[in-house]
Design a binder for this molecule. Sequence first.
Ligand code: SF4
Length: 248
Amino acid sequence: MVRHFHALGTRAITVSGGGEPTLHPGFDSFIDLCGELDVHVGLITNGLQWSDKPRKIPANGKLIWARMSIVDSESGTYDVERLRRFSENLSDVAVGCYATITKNANVDFIERLADMAEALSNVTHFKLGENSQEAAPEKMAEIKRRVLPGRAKVIVQSQSEAGKETNRCLVSLLRPVVAADGYVYPCCDLNLKDAGYVDPVMFRMGHWRDFGPDTKAFNGSICQRCIWSHYNEALDSLMKPLEHERFL
Ligand code: SF4
């Protein structure tokens, strides 16, 4: 699959979970193969493989960034030092951190983590996203008031910022998602069953083996919301012929 997409021009692959990707027995050889093909890899992980047990990254690989998902932002018992160990064990990698904000999120804990992210030199950002299944506007407002000011690495993403879907979703061609079922889906925000979509099959763009130069942009008019609408608008503008492109 990596070779197929590399032949189509793929330059970078993000590996994300739903399970923990670093536990897959083929993970290291996947990173190695990407290195051989000069494909850069980004990784979304719970971080345990590098915070609780220092695992080696394949030397020939091209792991460029790794984002650690905080699996518990509510109890306040999550070990914030885990982010330090993770960033130290991946000292040559750009490290990010992500926490889902629910209505029970512990803001004191989030502040401690944000301070740690600010202090660690290879941590590039700490992203706080609202739970896609259950909005928490009051908690998001508190986060914006208490955590955001004065911290350059903190990014806050509210569900209310979702925009309009489009019938010509160029995101689907720029960075399609290959799911564990072997089918290609148009974007990473279709958490299909959880989001209440009745039939995930209608979001398939085909099997990965059939994905190629003739694949058409996904018709996103069936999507219920789109957090990538600005991305799609920008791509749409770039696709239009420019009359005076030398002056761009
Ligand atoms: S949600 Fe947006 S980016 Fe995702 S498939 Fe639909 S239109 Fe495309």
